[in-house]
Design a protein around this ligand. Structure first.
Ligand SMILES: [Zn+2]
Length: 216
């Protein structure tokens, strides 16, 4: 008798909870170019902290960056990137992707590693630091793209960004444009692409484990 009540409740729980997000989409038609848009960025960071249970702080400066537990947001650069869009939903995709990318660097403990520090808790750098860094970028691009999918936002503006901005790919630490686009495209499939988290350059599947239920 009790089973007949509990089972539907359990199914309801399993169906809704893994996909539940605290996020309310923002109205980016209200974004003010050249003015203070920190309420938008603050709301995005708060959504990420609420959904993934990782606390971060925010500062504003030059260049997007994750430093320790802090996300650095470049307001001028954000303005430039958002100006390249037509629709306000594209602006939301880009703003949420960039901030989620930095957020996942912190959540995955990437900011705890360096040339000298080749491991932290369950993350281990196996290859060169440069190789590992490129994998870290692939990981957070992939997760940030999955996050957009979960919110019902398009990743097309992100693919365009990677293809059209040379400063966003190559060099010692960044994958090629095609590799970055691939990490975004692979987010369309069910589940998280495991090879980004366990390969000859880096092993960090355990660290991913805490985030995975929300992003599958
Ligand atoms: Zn990065």
């Amino acid at each position: 008798m009790t089973h007949s009540i509990q089972l539907p409740l359990l199914l309801l729980f399993l169906f809704f909870v893994p996909n539940s997000y605290a996020v309310t989409l923002l109205d980016f038609s209200q974004y003010n170019f050249g003015f203070n848009n920190r309420p938008f960025f603050g709301a995005i960071v708060k959504d990420l902290m609420d959904d993934f249970g990782e606390m971060v702080s925010v500062s504003y400066g030059k260049g997007f960056e994750a430093r320790g537990n802090q996300i650095v947001i470049d307001e001028e650069k954000m303005d430039q990137l958002l100006k390249e869009t037509v629709h306000s939903s594209e602006r939301e995709s880009i703003a949420r992707f960039i901030i989620a990318h930095e957020f996942f660097h912190i959540a995955l403990k990437h900011t705890k590693t360096s040339h000298r520090v080749r491991g932290f808790e369950d993350l281990t750098i196996v290859g060169t630091f440069s190789e590992a860094r490129k994998q870290m970028e692939q990981q957070v691009d992939h997760l940030a793209a999955k996050y957009l999918h979960k919110l019902g936002l398009s990743t097309a503006p992100i693919q365009r960004l990677f293809r059209s901005h040379p400063e966003m790919h190559g060099g010692e630490f960044y994958p090629t444009a095609e590799e970055r686009v691939e990490a975004v495209l692979k987010a369309q499939a069910n589940g998280i692409e495991p090879t980004y988290f366990d390969n000859p350059a880096i092993k960090c599947t355990q660290v991913l484990g805490k985030l995975a239920p929300k992003l599958h």
